[in-house]
Write a protein that binds this ligand. Structure first.
Ligand code: GLN
Length: 535
């Protein structure tokens, strides 16, 4: 197994994940199987209990793992499917070590950070890497060098460096190069972060700098000199127009070949799929405007996978989708203005969410989309609200609601999953990960998926109450995707595109292989836009 271990300097939020995923993508283009492990040094066992305001969206894996959004980037860039073990947290490591201690596995020894915690970290990294069947494993250590929380992880990879043959492990340090008030690139913070790394016994083989503009030659020279790496191993990962262009930018600087030499790899393969996808991405023939009505709208990362999936749908339709985030409460505060606001757009998307805040506003948006025949995509909570809105306004079930928001509703059209009733634990207890759905022949669902059997990822505690299904269907809503008694998809067939799913199709969407509901939405939006223009 070859390991590429990545640390971060100066500050977090540099786009380290994208940079590493891009390096991984380039190695994949050479024919290698690449996997990744993301280390989050926080104490939480996983990201499942975290608000999207904390670290952005919670990404859901096929096995139901609720993980950091960087794993989403890895899945999209490496076109792979990861499992929960690929996200390592301090919480997970300590949980395991404490369980072993209680079982008496340490045979009376004092249990300490070194060696017990560090051994556990190394074991986990090696086990996950081996199980993945990959040739190369990227190990990204979250946070910034110098954080107390990341110390045991840095110590563990330092030990790995001693234990592995030198051609099996390389260290990359991703750091920030800022500009001073005159626009000159300053390398001092990067120098300091490498110094800090060295104090911990780690020396980077490659330094990747994040900067707004390409790294200037003088800055490159300085970093090489002060950080003791050769100039050709200082790589500029400056801002790109689109994150999918980062692999191409990095490739131009020859990093892949240098890494392969260092790791003693010598593939001659050159897969051009990614490059071609980027070319297609730039061939924009049309433009549409999409309104996303949500409640975590001031932090773009909260809906990261949705934004990416919309982009994937756009690439496939040679269309640029401009996204406008609208705070649901804005609609609630001005119900009379909803139509005027939303009819400027070519489509409406309601993403997933938890808790009652903003739900009435989202339903105003759904009502507007339904009544005005705007292309509509509802995801998870978005589907539940589409069902509630339909129950209230079309079936005339006054006061219909989800028991999540109103326990005493006379018409609980959305209710808690039977197996969830009474579950008090918040972590990892929802209906999570891959489940199948059977699609109804002749439906929009069967049409966009081009098959009658699908598997998609889930993350919910509530669902459509089967007792109301017949009544809703007799008024024109069709549940076109089912998992036995569970409603997975709701659609209204006589609309341009009115489609909602209990699952989260965004998690399986890939550049070059868009998720069908997103592709379908963008296609319907393009068609609608043209119809409007012709009028
Ligand atoms: N809050 C809803 C539920 O738990 C929807 C969840 C979601 O949108 N991810 O079922």
């Amino acid at each position: 197994m070859k390991y590429i271990v990545v640390t971060g300097g100066v500050m977090s939020g540099l786009g380290k994940g994208i940079t590493i995923a891009s390096i991984g993508r380039n190695l994949k283009n050479k024919g290698y199987k690449v996997t990744s492990i993301k280390i989050d040094p926080y104490i939480n066992i996983d990201a499942g209990t975290m608000s999207p305001y904390q670290h952005g969206e919670v990404f859901v894996l096929k096995d139901g793992g609720e993980v950091d959004l960087d794993l989403g980037n890895y899945e999209r860039f490496l076109d792979t499917e990861l499992t929960r073990d690929h996200n390592l947290t301090t919480g997970k490591v300590y949980q395991e070590v404490i369980a072993k201690e209680r079982r008496g596995d340490y045979l009376g020894k004092t249990v300490q950070i070194i060696p017990h915690i560090t051994n556990e970290i190394k074991n986990k990294i090696r086990k996950v890497a081996a199980r993945s069947g990959a040739d190369i494993c990227l190990v990204e250590i979250g946070g910034t060098v110098g954080d107390i929380e990341s110390m045991p992880f840095l110590e563990a990879v330092r030990q790995m460096h001693r234990e592995e043959p030198p051609e099996n492990i390389v260290f990359i340090h991703v750091t920030l190069v800022m500009e001073d008030l005159q626009g000159e690139q300053k390398t001092k913070p990067s120098q300091h972060s490498v110094k800090e790394l060295r104090a911990l016994g780690l020396s980077p083989d490659v330094i990747v700098t994040r900067s707004r503009t390409p790294l200037q030659e003088s800055a490159k020279e300085k970093i090489a000199l002060f950080c003791d790496v050769s100039q050709e191993l200082v790589i500029s990962a400056h801002d790109a127009d689109d994150i999918y262009e980062v692999p191409l930018e990095i490739e131009k600087q020859g990093l892949t070949t240098k890494l392969m030499q260092r790791l003693q790899l010598n593939s001659e393969v050159e897969d051009e799929g990614w490059k071609n996808m980027v070319v297609r991405m730039k061939e924009v023939k049309e433009e549409v405007d999409l309104a996303i009505v949500g409640k975590y709208t001031n932090l773009e990362d909260s809906y990261l996978s949705i934004l990416e999936a919309v982009k994937h749908g756009g690439i496939e339709n040679a269309c640029r989708v401009n996204i406008n985030m609208i705070e649901a409460e804005v609609l609630e505060n001005d119900p009379a203005g909803v139509d005027k606001l939303l009819l400027q757009y070519d489509g409406v998307l309601i993403p997933g969410g938890f808790g009652g805040r903003g739900t009435e506003g989202k339903m105003l948006a759904i009502k507007c989309a339904r009544e005005n025949n705007l292309p509509f995509l509802g995801i998870c909570l978005g589907m539940q609200l589409a069902v509630i809105e339909f129950a209230r306004d079309v079936v005339k079930l006054d006061g219909a609601n989800s028991t999540e928001f109103d326990e005493d509703t006379p018409y609980p059209v959305i209710d808690i999953l039977p197996e969830q009733s009474g579950v008090a634990d918040m972590g990892g207890t929802m209906r999570l990960g891959d489940y199948e759905a059977i699609l109804k022949e002749g439906s929009i669902a069967a049409d966009i998926y081009g098959t009658s059997y699908i598997v998609e990822r889930h993350r919910h505690r509530y669902e459509v109450n089967p007792e109301f299904v017949d009544r809703l269907e007799s008024f024109g809503m069709v549940f076109s995707g089912k998992n036995k008694n569970r409603m997975e998809i709701a659609e209204i067939p006589d609309k341009r595109f009115f489609f909602a799913s209990q699952f989260h199709p965004e998690f399986r969407s890939r550049p070059g292989r868009p998720s069908p509901p997103f592709k379908g939405l963008v296609k319907a939006m393009c068609k609608y836009r043209k119809e409007k223009e012709r009028q």
